[in-house]
Design a protein around this ligand. Structure first.
Ligand code: NAD
Ligand code: G6P
Ligand code: MN
Ligand code: MN
Length: 433
């Protein structure tokens, strides 16, 4: 039986995770689930803990829920640690999205200018967590959901001695579900080979019962205007010509790069009326926490589907179960490249289809990416490496170069403005600067 610790337990996503553990209890018997949060998240943590207890009781499984603000108490002898926290909360997210928009830049909270600051706030906290893990649960696997999940993995794998760290995103799992629907086939018959970076991943091939059907999938996407979108992203369609030319399945986030002008104008339109994704999410969250307090509720409520994290629990719990059971199945995770993508550094974090073993993920060889993907992937990786450098040095000039090289910024002039505003706005969460 297993002891699991979830850091950021007060997240409104936690019932999703609980559901995942309940569904898979037979193959992954969780003895103790510890939900950890901080003082600011105490009230949310209490509500979530009570709901989790009701869910477990209804399911009739002997999983014990613990809840604490003392991370070290929780981490002792953990088998798996999952992280899903947001330094500064949704207010900080709102700044990550609004400040770039106020300078006419896309307000993307994971890979854009705002995402860079989410990384700068997160990396020191993750490093502290890993110091505790080293002492209290040195053999645990850390499954990180905290965004920017790829960039955080890049920092950990290159600047700490902690190797057992895996970044997970629900997007690749959602893409496989969507492709299976397009093919009208059970998901177990379908495999999408994916490679790239987090929120910059491409479906490079699709197999149905062992036969490559990528072209059929792209053709159906083209003619039925199916875009494999997610709830948090504006659903602008891909043109049939672009899909055919790309010859790979783009992910939802590719719109920010390949349909940049249209995405920006839609976002600016909303921003004029004060609307950002953060403001939408705040409203959804308020409503969710009201529902979570209903003592008759003992399931994950339907309204959680309004968040972008659909299938989060399937992605996270499948990963944990495959490690625990040494399943050696294939899942898409953020892990050390080790040559899987030939054009990226050996030690970098990449998001690739990997075999999941008890020793961790073994990434599958991909070689070079298609030319249309290669450049933008390398650009994003350069930005990630520069952001990690800035997080460690705390130097203005390092942050400046990272900001200007962000694929959604690309301007020294605007980069400086957005950097200065974000530095000021997030000052209290940036101890290194
Ligand atoms: P949220 O703002 O509700 O934060 C979750 C919790 O983290 C809060 O209860 C907060 O109090 C807590 N927290 C903040 N700092 C902490 C710290 N230092 N230690 C412990 N807890 C801390 O955020 P959310 O919208 O629920 O999202 C949670 C995280 O999950 C975010 O980082 C988000 O980017 C990430 N996420 C990732 C994916 C993915 O695909 N990887 C999908 C959805 C969400
Ligand atoms: C998707 C992405 C996540 C991101 C989320 C945002 O699930 O994979 O990494 O955090 O969307 O959803 P939200 O509802 O918070 O806007
Ligand atoms: Mn994600
Ligand atoms: Mn709108």
């Amino acid at each position: 039986t297993y002891k699991i610790v979830t850091i950021g337990g007060g997240s409104s996503y936690t019932p999703e995770l609980i559901e995942g553990f309940i569904k898979r209890y037979a193959e992954l018997p969780v003895r103790e689930l510890w939900l950890v949060d901080i003082e600011e998240g105490k009230e949310k943590l209490n509500i979530i803990t009570k709901l989790a207890e009701r869910m477990v009781k209804k399911a009739g499984i002997p999983m014990k829920i613990y809840s604490t603000l003392n991370r070290r108490e929780a981490l002792k002898d953990a088998d798996f640690v999952t992280t899903q926290f947001r330094v500064g909360g949704l207010h900080a997210r709102s700044l990550d999205e609004s400040i770039p928009l106020s300078h006419g830049l896309i307000g993307q909270e994971t890979n854009g200018a705002g995402g860079m600051f989410k990384a700068l706030r997160t990396i020191p906290v993750i490093f502290d967590i890993l110091k505790d893990c080293k002492e209290l649960c040195p053999n645990a696997f850390v499954v990180n959901f905290t965004n920017p999940a790829g960039l955080v993995t890049e920092a950990v794998l290159n600047h700490t001695s902690w190797e057992r760290f895996i970044g997970v995103c629900n997007l690749p799992y959602g893409m496989e579900v969507g492709v299976s629907k397009i093919l009208e086939a059970e998901k177990s018959r379908v495999r999408v080979h994916m490679a790239g970076l987090n929120h910059m991943v491409f479906g490079l091939d699709v197999f149905l019962d062992g036969v490559s059907v990528k072209r059929d999938v792209l053709e159906k996407m083209a003619t039925e205007s199916e875009s494999l979108n997610m709830k948090n992203i504006m659903d602008l369609p891909w043109s049939p010509e672009f899909l055919r030319g790309l010859d790979a399945i783009p992910c939802a986030y590719h719109r920010y790069y390949f349909q940049k002008d249209q995405m920006l104008s839609h976002m600016l339109e909303d921003f004029k009326t004060g609307e950002t994704r953060a403001s939408q999410v705040m409203a959804v969250e308020e409503d969710l926490f009201k529902k979570y307090q209903d003592e008759d509720l003992a399931d994950k409520p339907k309204e959680l589907e309004l968040r972008g994290g659909a299938f989060y629990s399937d992605a996270a719990v499948n990963l944990i179960s495959s490690i625990a059971n040494d399943k050696r199945d294939i899942q898409v995770v953020n892990t050390r490249n080790k040559g899987a993508i030939a054009s990226l550094p050996f030690d970098s974090a990449v998001e690739v289809s990997s075999i999941i073993t008890k020793d961790g993920p073994v990434p599958l060889a991909t070689g070079l990416l298609p030319a249309a993907a290669e450049g933008i992937v390398q650009q994003l990786k350069s930005f990630e490496r520069l952001t990690v450098k800035a997080a460690l040095s705390g130097k203005y000039e390092d942050a400046y170069v990272a900001m200007v090289t962000n694929p959604l910024v690309q301007s020294e002039h605007l980069g400086r403005k957005v950097l200065d505003d974000l530095l000021l706005a997030h000052e209290k969460h940036l101890p290194a600067f």
